[in-house]
Design a protein around this ligand. Structure first.
Ligand code: CP
Ligand code: NVA
Length: 308
């Protein structure tokens, strides 16, 4: 369900719009480094609803609004009536009368779809169980910054295929014409509808999308290697089972030996060293995870500027 007035998934915009957002993000990043202010959203207010924990999303959106000359309100679901069962639809209508945009981190993607259907203001996805587009926009910005381009690069995603990062990466990397190679254990394959749709998107943009159960095959000749936690927020009860199911999917030196010599490593963070990735990789010379985290700020400002 694509809707250009919101930002719910990586397929809400076309490739040209994503390139525009990345360009704007780079401009604002440069301005911050040079001490040039950019108060494009003076007097605007963003409500930030969190039904799950966050470090990067919370801080980058709050600081981003400040840098744009606006204001952000942190609304933990423990403190607002939503957490006590007030309907999402009522919350959407009420907030639409007060603020200029809503960013929400929640559980099922249907919840954000309902919120956006009842809001008369833009809604931004700060992570659902199924999608994490703000992170992937920052990932694209980081890859472009490091490699000088996106189109034609090979990116491998190793790990949980049925989570927010996997789905948004599959969509976002395919949209930018990259060759996307996903590997997950049996039982953790990406959503089949998302895969089918993204395959068409990849074809249309001279990219490709493939899935295998072999991490070695997926990282062959990769320019970019990406992983994520084995148990996402909400999967905590399955932690032990997942440690065993994912044990052959760790990103380590033996695996990265199959990639290009100058590959870069991305992880949205938080990371669990010696689980999905070894310390040697995430703290090593190929890792760009802190550049990636910093880019959340600038990529999201580009989204805020566009939507608010
Ligand atoms: N990557 C990411 O979204 O981090 P937080 O959970 O800290 O917001
Ligand atoms: N897949 C992870 C991403 C955290 C930013 C989770 O949902 O917990």
């Amino acid at each position: 369900m694509s809707n250009p007035n919101h930002f719910l998934t990586m397929l809400d915009y076309d490739q040209a719009t994503v390139y525009d957002l990345l360009k704007d993000a780079q401009t604002m990043k440069k301005e911050v480094k040079e001490g040039i202010p950019h108060p494009h959203l003076k007097g605007k207010t963003l409500a930030m609803i969190f039904e799950k924990s966050s470090t990067r999303t919370r801080v980058s959106f709050e600081v981003g609004m400040l840098q744009l000359g606006g204001h952000a309100l942190f609304l933990s679901s423990d403190d607002i009536q939503l957490g006590r069962g007030e309907p999402v639809s009522d919350t959407a209508k009420v907030l639409s009368g007060y603020v200029d945009g809503i960013m929400i981190r929640t559980f099922g993607h249907d919840r954000i779809e309902e919120l956006s259907a009842h809001a008369s203001i833009p809604v931004i996805n700060g992570l659902t169980n199924e999608h994490h587009p703000c992170q992937v926009l920052a990932d694209l910005m980081t890859i472009q910054e490091q490699k000088g381009k996106l189109e034609g690069l090979t990116a491998a995603y190793i790990g949980d295929g049925f989570n927010n990062m996997a789905h948004s990466l599959i969509q976002g990397l395919s949209l930018m014409g990259m060759h996307v190679q996903v590997a997950s254990p049996e039982g953790y394959e990406p959503d089949s509808v998302i895969m089918e749709e993204a395959k068409d998107v990849a074809d249309k943009h001279n990219g490709s999308l493939s899935f295998s159960y072999s991490p070695e095959r997926a990282v062959q000749q990769a320019d970019v290697i990406i992983t994520d936690v084995w148990a996402s927020m909400g999967n905590e009860a399955e932690q032990e089972q997942r440690l065993s199911d994912f044990k052959d999917f760790q990103v380590n030196e033996a695996l990265t030996a199959h990639a290009k010599d100058d590959y870069i490593f991305l992880h949205c963070l938080p990371a669990h060293r010696e689980e999905e990735v070894t310390a040697a990789i995430i703290d090593g010379p190929h890792s760009v995870v802190f550049e990636e985290a910093e880019n959340r700020l600038h990529a999201q400002k580009a989204i805020l500027k566009k939507l608010l």
